[in-house]
Ligand binder design. Structure first.
Ligand code: BGC
Length: 801
């Protein structure tokens, strides 16, 4: 079972292996295993999907392992058509708990709950003999259209990274490895194995990689899965910059990089880039690697390094196995209900139509097939065969035993149909209409993006129609991500359940009848219309390239900067209670490059029921050196309060989280100057703020080089003097000639080197000019630092007043 080998023994094993054996060790065996080596007594590992449930395919895992032959089986899963039901889609899959999907769970903003998810998934993996679960997936939800957005957490990297770290810790502290995926920029399913995500370095670092870095720093997953797409024109699984320079050299990651399934196109290139394990088994790719090692295209050290990493992973995983483990599926069903309940987001609640009073409501008209067949998950490799499913309609009937509950399909309202009149009569007579809406099942999932933000087949139109007929209409939504709501003004309440897993039916009923006070908040922005989505103009790319044209203004960063009103903003969610924010304080008035700062404030429940409030902390720099978003999430907390109760809440921010990446310096930098810490109930509802001073060495705003226009030098007095002296010395000029030359330079739009060469001939070499400008850069840096001290002095004076 376990595999007790020392590092020394592992090294000796690698030394003893033939090239073929090493290649086998860094390749899959069949679809879901690593290869055992019987000669050397190296055991195998078993891994399977997915991100919110364990999908254990009996055929694929317990059946024959005939390598390439299983491609069809694999594609069958990934291209799953859920419209015919999970069981018919999957055949022999073991039932396992289908927890709320990523886009649902994240709305809880609850890292404790995310840890519980990891722990429960680990227990089911242990019971099934699975060593590594292929999740969590944390690609940024750059567009709500993205086919896999239901698995991912947020448009924000801090939130994505925190939730992911908690899931990873829950898994790994219970003996099951995580696979943090998909690294990186797999933000759309359109041509997902060939499309190049073209992303500028700031956006990459500050948005797309930042969540991975955080999850790795706080969770240290046993494996990281490289993504299918190309990143800036290089296949992710073969991207040395991504997998070695950033992941290993900068972040210090020492686990295993595993490919996405059949994601590697050039196996020798992938191992040289740092992609250790190639999944699943491919005879052709193994042979390619053997050939490349033998003819020297892949150095033996690269193969040995990956081989050792895989063996270490096998050791870690084997020694974490809990023999005879059993999963408590009843307990997990209860957990899935609790998670769903904490993740539901109440988006609208006019005239306090919700919660419904079960004792008073007489007639309830329930509309929409999803009330009887809730859409609990998306479709793709993560799709889980649930152990049981709570049906919303049944739960509603259970909680309102005295009410008359009628149920109608959307088709019942078809104009001229036999059922139309009686269905409309039921709507007219109802005390409340509960409309269960959903996006098209099976169409929005892995392998294809949505092409619009509408609900399925006529639902949008019908909601508008019924809303006008009976003002008391509540819409409950099953959707992977944002949807448009052209009917929003005709309804009184909207409850977003996303894909809430097998317990969502009970959770919805509990919210509707006030047994659960809703507390979830959105982790993405809901746009009014598709055209408002950041990057809309360049989505989904063409000719194999998808330019992320919004740069780092992803999600709320875009809506804020463009002053665009969203349908619902990032961080938004209502409660049956109300909360008041007051008394903000910070642990210091200044923060420097290495410190942390604590922001504290009071939250009071001013409503009449107990509730939870998710509070968000945003940072807003006053005068950033480079383009920055208006505000960015830096922390969050959740507080639970009885009516009338006040609690002091604390959120800690590390100053390193206030940095931005400057590609010109190839560094993360901190701007000196004032910054606001804002406490918000959402990104558009800032309740408190406090200004603090950031101390950091100031940097020159421009870096001069030979192509810089001369005015950039001339605009600074001291630089002007240095330049004049430089020209005099290099060109042997007197004062008058130098002055003329400077005048000439002042009106030139060409680079400084070209300008001078044009007038004076090639007397000054490019290298000499570059060296001079370098000296100036340093001096400008020192000047700016002094200036920063002067600039902050009035603030100091302010504080002493
Ligand atoms: C998906 C991965 C998944 C793998 C194995 C791929 O198609 O992109 O997320 O883990 O298949 O099923």
């Amino acid at each position: 079972m376990s595999w007790n080998v020392s590092d020394k023994q592992l090294n000796a094993l690698v030394a003893e292996m033939t090239v073929e054996e090493k290649v086998a060790a860094v390749s899959g065996h069949g679809l879901w295993r690593t290869a055992a080596n019987y000669r050397l007594n190296i055991p195998e590992l078993l891994m399977t999907d997915g991100t919110y449930g364990v999908r254990y395919s009996i055929d694929q895992i317990d059946g024959m392992q005939d390598g390439d032959g299983q491609l069809a089986a694999f594609l069958g899963v990934v291209n799953t058509d859920l419209s015919t039901g999970v069981e018919s889609a999957f055949g022999s899959t073991r039932p396992a708990t289908c927890f709320p999907n990523g886009s649902s769970l994240a709305c809880s903003w609850d890292v404790g709950l995310a840890y519980d998810l990891g722990q429960a998934l680990a227990a089911e993996c242990q019971a099934f003999g699975v060593n590594i679960l292929l999740g969590p997936g944390i690609n940024i939800r750059r567009t709500p259209l993205a086919g896999r957005s239901y698995e991912y957490y947020s448009e924000d990297p801090v939130l994505s990274g925190e939730i992911a770290a908690a899931v990873i810790n829950g898994l790994q502290q219970n003996g099951v490895g995580a696979s943090l995926k998909h690294f990186a920029c797999n933000n759309s399913e359109v041509q997902r194995t060939t499309m190049s995500s073209v992303v500028d370095e700031r956006a990459l670092r500050e948005i797309y990689l930042a969540g991975f870095e955080r999850a790795i720093r706080k969770g240290n997953p046993w494996t990281v899965m490289s993504s299918y797409n190309r990143l800036n024109d290089v296949q992710a699984a073969e991207n040395h910059w991504l997998l070695t320079e950033v992941l290993r050299d900068e972040w210090g990651y020492d686990g295993v990089v595993v490919s996405d399934w059949h994601g590697i196109k050039d196996r020798p290139a992938s191992i040289n880039a740092g992609n250790d394990l190639d999944m699943p088994e491919s005879g052709a790719r193994k042979q390619d690697l053997i050939d490349a090692v033998k003819d020297g295209r892949v150095p033996m050290e690269a193969l040995d390094r990956s081989c050792l990493r895989v063996l270490k992973l096998v050791r870690t995983a084997r020694n974490a196995i809990r023999p005879n483990a059993e999963a408590d599926f009843n307990k997990h069903h209860a957990l899935s209900r609790r998670m769903a309940a904490e993740s539901i987001v109440l988006l609208k609640n006019e005239m306090a139509i919700l919660p419904l009073d079960a004792a008073k409501v007489g007639k309830i008209a329930v509309v929409g097939a999803a009330a009887a067949e809730p859409v609990i998950q998306g479709s793709g490799c993560a799709t889980t065969r649930p152990t049981e499913v709570d049906i919303p309609l049944d739960e509603i009937r259970r909680l309102a035993p005295g009410a008359t509950v009628s149920f109608h399909a959307v088709a019942d309202f078809e104009a001229g149909s036999a059922s139309e009149q009686s269905a409309l009569a039921a709507i007219d007579a109802a005390d409340v209409v509960l409309f269960f809406g959903n996006t098209e099942v099976g169409y929005d999932g892995e392998g294809s993006d949505r092409t619009h933000l509408d609900l399925h087949a006529g639902q949008d139109e019908l909601i508008g129609r019924l809303g006008k007929r009976n003002g008391r209409i509540v819409v409950i939504l099953f959707a992977p991500d944002a949807v448009a709501m052209p009917w929003i003004d005709s309804v009184q309440a909207v409850v977003a359940a996303f894909f809430g897993g097998q317990g969502v039916g009970k959770a919805i009923a509990d919210v509707l009848f006030g047994r659960q006070n809703p507390c979830g908040k959105l982790t993405v922005t809901f746009p009014v219309q598709m055209e408002d989505i950041p990057g809309y103009l360049s989505y989904p790319g063409e000719n194999g390239r998808h330019v992320y044209s919004e740069g780092l203004h992803v999600g709320y960063r875009h809506y804020d900067k463009r002053k665009l009103a969203p349908l619902f903003p990032f961080g938004f969610g209502l409660s049956y209670s109300t909360f008041e924010y007051s008394n903000i304080a910070t642990s210091a008035d200044r923060i420097d490059g290495s410190g942390t700062i604590r922001i504290t404030f009071d939250i009071t429940n001013t409503g009449s029921v107990a509730g939870k409030e998710i509070v968000q902390l945003y940072a807003r720099p006053h005068s950033p050196r480079l383009m920055r978003p208006i505000r960015e999430l830096k922390g969050f907390a959740m507080v639970e309060l009885q009516p009338g109760e006040t609690k002091r809440v604390e959120v800690t921010v590390e100053s390193s989280d206030l940095r931005y990446y400057d590609p010109a310096y190839r560094q993360w930098l901190l701007d000196a100057g004032q910054i606001d810490f804002e406490i918000g109930a959402s990104s558009r509802d800032i309740r408190l703020e406090k200004t603090v001073m950031v101390d950091a060495p100031a940097l020159p705003s421009t870096i001069l080089d030979v192509e810089s226009q001369p005015f950039l030098v001339l605009e600074r007095d001291f630089a002007r003097r240095r330049f004049r002296d430089f020209l005099k010395a290099q060109l042997d000029l007197d004062d008058e000639e130098a002055a003329k030359m400077m005048e000439y330079c002042a009106s030139s739009f060409l680079g400084i080197y070209k300008t001078v060469s044009w007038v004076a001939g090639e007397k000054i070499s490019k290298a000499t000019m570059a060296a001079f400008l370098d000296g100036l850069n340093k001096e400008i840096g020192r000047q700016s630092a002094r200036q920063h001290d002067v600039m902050t002095a009035p603030f100091e004076a302010d504080r002493t007043r």
